[in-house]
Design a protein around this ligand. Structure first.
Ligand code: SF4
Length: 288
């Protein structure tokens, strides 16, 4: 079976325990305003890396491309052959995101760091985008990795029908963006009923991840409800993730506009959330 892979990141220490390889899958059914990986939202996206452009002019023969002061300007609605530009540009300024890969090919790549995984109690993490959109592929890869004794983590928002892969992986990083359904819709484009129902069914250990974003989901009342909910499921830890804007430049590279806040999180909100988690006797980390 084939899967559409956006990126494979080796030696990751932020996507589960130990040293891991993280597989970023292409495609997502949410549209979080603060998404740090917009290149993974859907298939067939093309990034333009202005800093690599040498202004050689090779791509100007294509409709929709014209000079601008520092490189080229792309009119994406006119440039219907934009996917050809990766081959045309001699300086790799264009990048077609995503590569189809067979599960055996991917597993062979992931096995390269098997020693690091075993020495650090690490493993492999499937992330995205939304890895559950390619659940059958992740399930097949997970079963193959388990034959080699490799720990597998799934990072998901779980806003899809319950899939057996949720019972096969060893750990689930569950992203809960908001507890209130309307707030969740404002943040992501969809309500969260299915997410909460799925979360109640999961029997594997869960780490609940909460990215706290100014002006979107940083109201203490809703954060407390998320913590309350976490205490009712198989949650072993909450990761509070501070919002960052490291992904903003990618929006320009994709010809998209960034609609989220550029403010930093108010530290007092984070401290109040931590205090509440401590009162509930829930383990937590702070990252982001
Ligand atoms: S082909 Fe590449 S380097 Fe040449 S002008 Fe176009 S983007 Fe720039």
């Amino acid at each position: 079976m084939n899967g559409l892979i956006g990126k494979i990141q080796r030696y990751s220490t932020k996507d589960g325990p130990g040293i891991r390889t993280t597989v970023f899958m292409v495609g997502c059914n949410l549209r979080c305003k603060w998404c740090a990986n917009p290149e993974l939202l859907k298939a067939d996206q093309v990034m333009y890396h202005k800093e690599k452009c040498h202004r050689c002019g090779s791509c100007l023969a294509y409709e929709g491309i014209q000079w601008d002061t520092t490189g080229v300007k792309i009119n994406r609605s006119q440039c219907i052959k934009i996917k050809e530009l990766e081959e045309i540009c001699p300086f790799e300024a264009y990048e077609n995101v995503g590569k189809w890969m067979d599960s055996d090919e991917l597993v062979q790549i992931l096995l390269k760091d098997k020693e690091y995984y075993s020495q650090s109690n690490g493993g492999v993490t499937f992330s995205g985008g939304e890895a559950l959109l390619q659940a059958d592929f992740v399930y097949e890869c997970t079963k193959k990795l388990h034959k080699y004794g490799i720990h597998v983590t799934l990072d998901t928002a779980c806003a899809l029908p319950y899939h057996p892969v949720l019972d096969e992986v060893d750990l689930i990083l569950l992203d809960i963006k908001a507890y209130d359904a309307l707030l969740h819709k404002k943040c992501t484009g969809i309500k969260n009923d299915q997410i909460l129902e799925n979360a109640k069914k999961i029997r594997k250990p869960v780490i609940v991840r909460m990215v706290l974003v100014p002006e979107f989901n940083d109201e203490l009342e809703d954060i407390k409800k998320r913590i309350d909910f976490a205490s009712t499921i198989h949650c072993i830890q909450i990761d509070f993730l501070k919002y960052h804007i490291l992904g903003v430049s990618k929006y320009e590279q994709l010809g998209l506009s960034y609609e989220c806040s550029l403010k930093e999180l108010d530290e007092t909100i984070l401290q109040s959330a931590i205090k509440y988690a401590e009162e509930k006797h829930i383990e937590y980390t702070i990252g982001g």
